[in-house]
Design a binder for this molecule. Structure first.
Ligand SMILES: *Cc1c(COP(=O)(O)O)cnc(C)c1O
Length: 513
């Protein structure tokens, strides 16, 4: 073949150069998004497994039977560690007929959550046919945004239950008070992303089970870590009212991105997850997930990792992450002006300003994160927000702790303390004042902002440029040096406007130049 336009090696060298500019995926310097086991051989194993199935189409496990075998293996492992397996074929511990736990491998946590909601909606519709109401989805305010997306996609009304700013958990009675026959699904997290709270799953499950309402446990982030921890209240299929559970293999399953599992209690429930049609002249379509043709690589990688690690391997990696989380928690609570939010079950946590010390001794968590970033540590800023009852959730900084964190915690702890020293006493950015100051510089001033409930693309880009978030016309760009001012804008601007602006920013970043 000599019609190649460029040398493959040269193209790969270009890609390698592009990768140099990425945030580091390994070594524990990025405390969100990436989950480093610290074991290079696991990454190598995943790459080799993915390569073996590279040309396979995961669409049809009857043609590519390796896909069926790997999926059964991964679902089987998940079902075992989340206690959805029959204790025996019969006798005590066996599932009631129709209550077997079955599952699917999906492309990620969002897809698992979307499918859990779609399934619950369809089950609800069948049971309530003729009910013209929009079904409700009830969840704490800390529920992952994937459920906002699911409610939006599938036509449910999302009802958010406030959580305590001190514990990060909702009040059980408050959740129960919202249960009625138009509730298609309640979602609890194990743990929540923002504060790492283990929601009161057992208590809520008693109430939902009594009323025949479905209960999903979102264990996307922490599931494959918490499953290997002792001393927690039951949160998985040991709780009888839990009807589905999601857990991501591309998080604490250490697989490359693109793999999660959704388990459902009851074959008949789970079959509602599928889409099938023969009503076209092509091949019969039977899809358990959203995609048609799909890669088998992430599944193969996850399968290989699960086979190699087994439960003892997972337990050891979880122990490392847990130790590192405890070390960090203690260290951060020991930093004057900062405190860990609530009672995080790990292996993640959130940090806020300690209001019990005088303001000149307080540390704003967003300035702190920016200072740590300057020293090469990437922490994730989370905005504060009002809840429906008027209470405020603090703005915080999030740390996802992985096994590799344990190797670097000796460097990380002093870096976090130094970052706090650098910004102690610096007040949080006043988003309202920031917006006010910027408005004067906007083309069209306050009128532009007032009229910008739904700005068009060019107006949105002009606003972003005025806020210093977008370079020249049409050009996207890297994130600004400091994120605290960006989060202050997110907190101060009306939600729909911020969302529109962020859409514009992300869309322009990928526009061809
Ligand atoms: C990451 C996450 C999700 C969504 O998963 P993606 O893999 O990012 O699509 C859902 N719930 C929780 C709690 C998560 O942390």
């Amino acid at each position: 073949m000599n019609a190649f336009e460029r040398e493959p090696d040269e193209v790969l060298a270009e890609l390698a150069a592009l990768r140099e500019a990425d945030a580091p995926t390994h070594g524990g310097r990025v405390l969100s998004y990436v989950y480093d086991s610290g074991l290079a051989e696991l990454d190598e194993l995943a790459a080799r497994a993915a390569r073996l199935v590279q040309p396979v189409n995961g669409l049809d496990p009857t043609t590519f039977t390796s896909v069926a075998a790997m999926e059964a293996g991964v679902v089987g492992f998940a079902r075992r560690v989340f206690h959805g397996e029959a204790a025996g074929e019969a006798g005590p511990g066996a599932p009631a007929p129709g209550a077997e736990v079955v599952g699917s491998v999906t492309s990620g946590g969002t897809e698992s959550c979307l499918l859990a909601v779609k399934t619950a909606r369809d089950v609800w519709r069948e049971a309530n046919h003729g009910d013209e109401r929009m079904p409700r989805l009830v969840a704490p305010t800390t529920v992952h945004a994937a459920f906002h997306k699911a409610a939006h996609y599938f036509g449910l009304e999302l009802e958010l239950v406030p959580v305590s700013a001190d514990t990060g958990a909702p009040d059980v009675a408050d959740v129960v008070a919202r249960l009625d026959d138009d509730v298609a699904l309640v979602v609890m997290s194990a743990p929540s992303y923002p504060f790492a709270t283990l929601d009161p799953i057992g208590e809520v499950a008693s109430a939902t089970a009594e009323r025949g309402i479905a209960l999903h446990v979102d264990a996307c982030i922490g599931g494959f870590a918490l499953a290997f921890r002792d001393g927690l209240p039951d949160w998985d299929f040991r709780v009888p009212g839990v009807t589905s559970l999601s857990a991501d293999l591309h998080k604490y399953g250490y697989a490359p991105k693109g793999v999660s599992v959704l388990l459902q209690r009851g074959r008949d429930r789970q079959r509602r997850q599928y889409f099938a049609t023969t009503a076209w002249p092509g091949y019969p379509v039977v899809n358990p997930t959203m995609a048609g043709s799909k890669p088998a690589g992430p599944l193969a990688a996850a399968w290989a990792i699960v086979q190699v690690l087994g439960e003892p391997g997972f337990a050891e990696l979880t122990a490392r992450a847990t130790t590192a989380t405890a070390t960090l928690r203690e260290a951060i609570d020991g930093i004057e002006g900062l405190e860990v939010v609530g009672d995080p079950v790990g292996p993640l946590l959130a940090v806020r300003s300690d209001a019990s010390v005088p303001s000149e001794r307080r540390v704003d968590p967003h300035h702190w994160a920016d200072a740590a970033r300057g020293a090469g540590w990437h922490l994730q800023l989370q905005p504060g927000m009002f809840q429906s009852d008027g209470t405020v959730l603090p703005h915080t900084t999030h740390l996802t702790v992985t096994p590799v964190t344990d190797h670097v915690v000796g460097e990380l702890v002093p870096a976090l303390a130094a970052a706090a020293d650098a910004v102690r006493g610096v007040p949080a950015i006043d988003g309202g004042a920031l917006v006010g100051g910027l408005i004067d510089r906007l083309p069209g001033g306050a009128t532009a902002l007032a009229a910008s409930s739904g700005p068009d693309s060019d107006t949105a880009a002009a606003l972003l440029s005025a806020f210093g978030l977008l370079g020249g016309k049409g050009a996207g760009g890297a994130l600004p040096e400091r994120m605290a001012p960006v989060l202050a804008l997110v907190e101060a601007l009306p939600g729909p406007l911020t969302e529109r602006l962020l859409v514009e920013l992300l869309a322009r970043v990928v526009e061809p130049r």
